[in-house]
Design a protein around this ligand. Structure first.
Ligand SMILES: C[S@@+](CC[C@H](N)C(=O)[O-])C[C@H]1O[C@@H](n2cnc3c(N)ncnc32)[C@H](O)[C@@H]1O
Length: 503
């Protein structure tokens, strides 16, 4: 175990000093926390003393945020070029390439590349970066490794080809048109650099309102409603936030959060953490020696792997373990309690075809109605909600002509009533989803416990399959209601038999 003094001497002092010395209003309390390496997590922040709840830890002024609007780049390009870049993260990626290529002339030099290490007799350049220069996310995996993701929600979502296309079709023509801004053939504007900056954004950026990122003020939409003056519409934009991106995260372990200080600032406060910008504050008592965690919004392991390159493997709570069989738990009672698996609407339609014999193309109108009403046609299943609340109404809409007619005429979606047909469709859809994997739960558990190398894909697969199995059991044991059609059929039968008798 590291001692606090070793954290202070071995930690990235150059990074903390550069942050403090940036002389633009950044601030941190060096008595409260230090940066240190955590096993399999890289750098992270650790409390040096007990930190009470709601304590300011560090502050980043607005002008130090690295966003498409705080860099000079926009003013150097033609308006049409800047407009063309308004897609995904293209602007921020190009800004990060540009600021990197500026070297020491950039305000973010120390943040983006090599850092100055104060060291007698002179300043030396430390060979440590504050930013990762290598990623091991699926975006960088070869075909063999990507094959491990077959069946998971990640399959087909890596987007390497689309990303390459964006580089060649949008960024590169602009880069090549400005040799004065972007030195030709520079590594800083290469395809590799594009992926590196994109991955840094994916794993480290914060989404903040455009106007807080130095962008235009919100677009004000005049409302017809005389009681309300106006409605404000403002999109979010990705921003790189110095120091805040040194914090790790794990499912529901967050004990600090980043707060916008641009508006709530007390006019009388002269405290450095109250100036306009963003301040990280503790949200719980953090004991000395504990890691300071931010939140990444508790995504499932598939998303963690895609964006950050890691998976959460935490002890599963008893409430979840009780849902699993001993075969599913194996000797691995850990995972991500926030795990999730998607059941695509298309697969539900295949199940409807299988159970009811309805042709998929005959259901197009119903699916269109569903989407136009604003419902999703992909259904996330979780431990706490193994049968997504929209799933049964969607199935009923597909299988029941009365429900479809009511939806068309009254604009109401069907109730979430599970009868035998819905149950069969659900079970069939879950089976179709589970059949996508190439490995069994047993295989995944064996890989996780035996293989010293790559396990993350197996952890993702295992988490998804566990939820599919839980959902299967919930559907199997659900209390079935008699469908309206069945009730009607019974009444009609009775009526018919009465009328027959009368005859
Ligand atoms: C916002 S950065 C945090 C700082 C980072 N550890 C570093 O060394 O620069 C996010 C990255 O930290 C790592 N990370 C964060 N939380 C983690 C966790 N619970 N387990 C493993 N790695 C984690 C992942 O590599 C992720 O891409």
């Amino acid at each position: 175990m590291q001692t606090f003094s070793s954290i202070l001497t071995n930690g990235p002092q150059h990074f903390l000093q550069a942050f403090k010395a940036s002389d633009q209003g950044s601030w941190y309390d060096s008595n409260l926390f230090g940066l240190t390496q955590f096993p399999n997590m890289g750098w992270g922040a650790v409390a040096l003393i007990d930190i009470p709840v709601d304590t300011p830890l560090f502050h980043i002024p607005s002008n130090l945020l690295l966003t498409p609007y705080t860099s000079r780049l926009a003013s150097l390009l033609a308006d049409e070029e800047w407009d063309k870049l308004d897609i995904g993260w293209a602007r921020l990626i190009l800004v990060m390439m540009y600021e990197t290529s500026l070297g020491q002339k950039s305000k973010w030099y120390q943040y983006l590349s090599k850092l100055f290490l104060p060291c007698r007799p002179t300043w030396l350049i430390a060979e440590t970066e504050s930013m990762p220069t290598k990623f091991d996310t699926p975006m960088f995996w070869d075909e063999t490794r990507r094959a491990e993701l077959i069946g998971t929600d990640l399959e087909g979502r890596i987007g390497r080809e689309d990303a390459d296309k964006q580089y060649f079709e949008i960024l590169l023509p602009i880069i090549q048109a400005h040799p004065d801004i972007f030195p030709p053939n520079s590594i800083d504007t290469s395809l590799e650099a594009y992926h590196l900056q994109g991955s840094r954004i994916l794993s480290r950026s914060f989404t903040i309102p455009r106007s807080k990122a130095g962008g235009p003020a919100p677009h004000v939409v005049e409302s017809d409603d005389s009681d309300s003056d106006s409605d404000e519409e403002e999109g979010g934009v990705a921003a790189m936030v110095w120091m805040a991106d040194m914090l790790n995260a794990a499912y529901e372990l967050d004990n600090a959060r980043l707060y916008d200080t641009s508006e709530n600032t007390s006019a009388t406060s002269t405290e450095p953490w109250d100036r306009p910008g963003y301040t990280m504050r503790s949200t719980k008592l953090i004991k000395a020696g504990e890691q300071i965690y931010n939140t990444y919004d508790s995504p499932p392991n598939s998303e963690l792997l895609r964006k950050y390159g890691h998976v959460d493997q935490l002890p599963l709570p008893q409430t979840i373990l009780e849902l699993l069989t001993s075969e599913e738990v194996g000797n691995h009672p850990v995972g991500n309690p926030g795990d999730e698996v998607f059941l695509p609407g298309d697969m539900v339609l295949d199940a409807v075809t299988e159970v009811r014999g309805k042709k998929k193309e005959d259901l197009t109108e119903r699916v269109d109605w569903w989407l136009e009403e604003g419902y999703e046609d992909t259904f996330p299943l979780t431990y706490s909600d193994p049968i997504n609340e929209d799933l049964i109404p969607f199935i009923r809409l597909m299988i029941d002509d009365d429900d479809w007619s009511r939806a068309q005429h009254k604009g109401k979606r069907p109730h979430a009533k599970m009868d035998q047909v819905v149950q069969s469709v659900l079970l069939s859809a879950l089976d179709l989803r589970a059949a996508k994997y190439k490995t069994s739960i047993e295989d995944d558990l064996a890989i996780i416990s035996d293989s010293p190398g790559e396990k993350r894909a197996a952890v993702v697969r295992l988490g998804e399959k566990r939820i599919l199995n839980v959902a299967h059991r919930v559907v199997m044991t659900a209390k079935l209601e008699t469908s309206t059609n069945e009730k009607k059929r019974t009444a009609t039968d009775y009526d018919e038999s009465r009328s027959k008798k009368k005859r």
